[in-house]
Design a protein around this ligand. Structure first.
Ligand code: ATP
Ligand code: MG
Length: 301
């Protein structure tokens, strides 16, 4: 079942002299319920704009958006989603706890114990009575996440939640996202941190110049794990099917063989059988970063 369905979505801004600035072009996208979907793309690609349209806080020209099986502008959708903006604003002279208490007043029946639990969950228990203007960026980001969880949303939209955080805060935010996934929440994550996208997301999409140039499961963006083995054998390459694709480097008189990671044991037994001298073993895998750069290069207009 899909949590979000987007069909033929386009958005433009009017410029002077009847010109139009195309921001999003004919976007089609489905996000599965309970998945972590990562949207990435260069600065200005249209990611935040798309997110604001989904949240019904920005207009669009044409298209159809369904959230949790309802049109996205249905008022009751607001109770079931939440959003951490790119630059969240907090009332600086409230304490973290007061801020959450204030935010909780927008919903029905949120207990004080829920607020305390959330402060603990995001690691702010000991700072809950400090005024927000004394919070570091990481503490503010944690508070922002806690505030987004007040209404136990089914879908959480996070706009670059880890930008500018130290490695500890960064890891904590990633852990919170993992916990949300375990609770079968849907997370729509915008991020420039490709390693986060790679480790957290089930499906991803790449947005470039307003076009969704590729979407799919993460496996479609990273290569399968392989070993690159360099070996030598004094008596020439044995005739064995497992060594069929070994490539000879005439300069060094060594052989290079690429094998799937789960076939390493086959190589080990063959190396022992034919007395091959293993010179190096390198674990290689095409990373999301490689795919990202390739796709952006191909699609540059
Ligand atoms: N109010 C506006 N009027 C005109 N153009 C706008 C407006 N808001 C955004 N844009 C343009 O829309 C495009 C997409 O902006 P958006 O903020 O969605 O990008 P983004 O992918 O989120 O970028 P980043 O990674 O830097 O956050 C940009 O070219 C931006 O200049
Ligand atoms: Mg943005």
């Amino acid at each position: 079942m899909n949590a979000i369905e987007i069909k033929s979505l386009s958005k433009t801004y009017d410029l002077k002299r009847k010109d139009k600035l195309h921001i999003l072009n004919n976007i089609h996208l489905n996000v599965k319920k309970g998945s972590v979907f990562g949207l990435l793309g260069p600065n200005g690609a249209g990611k935040t704009t798309l997110l604001k349209i989904l949240l019904n806080i920005s207009f669009y020209d044409k298209g159809k958006i369904t959230i949790l099986n309802q049109p996205h502008d249905c008022p009751n959708i607001k109770k079931r989603v939440n959003y951490l903006p790119e630059k969240p604003y907090f009332y600086p002279y409230l304490t973290g706890k007061d801020f959450l208490t204030y935010m909780a007043s927008f919903y029905n029946n949120i207990q004080t114990s829920t607020i305390d639990d959330l402060l603990t969950e995001v690691g702010l228990k000991n700072q809950s009575n400090i005024k927000i203007h004394q919070y570091s960026k990481g503490m503010q980001q944690r508070l922002g996440i806690a505030s987004c969880l007040l209404n136990e949303p089914d879908i959480l939209f996070l706009d670059e939640p880890t930008t500018g955080l130290d490695p500890i805060a960064h890891k904590d935010i990633c852990t919170i996202i993992r916990l949300l996934k375990e609770k079968e929440k849907t997370v729509f994550l915008l991020s420039h941190e490709l390693s986060d996208i790679e480790t957290l997301c089930d499906h991803i999409g790449i947005l470039h110049q307003g076009n969704l140039i590729k979407t799919g499961p993460i496996e479609n963006f990273v290569g399968s794990k392989e070993y690159k083995i360099i070996f030598s054998c004094v008596e020439g390459l044995p005739e064995d099917p497992a060594l069929l694709h070994a490539r000879l480097d005439k300069k060094t008189l060594t052989y290079t063989l690429l094998i799937p990671a789960d076939e390493i044991n086959i190589y080990i037994s063959i190396a022992s059988k034919y007395k091959l001298k293993t010179l190096s073993v390198e674990n290689i895998q095409k990373k999301l970063e490689d795919t990202f750069h390739e796709l952006i290069k191909i699609n540059n207009i």
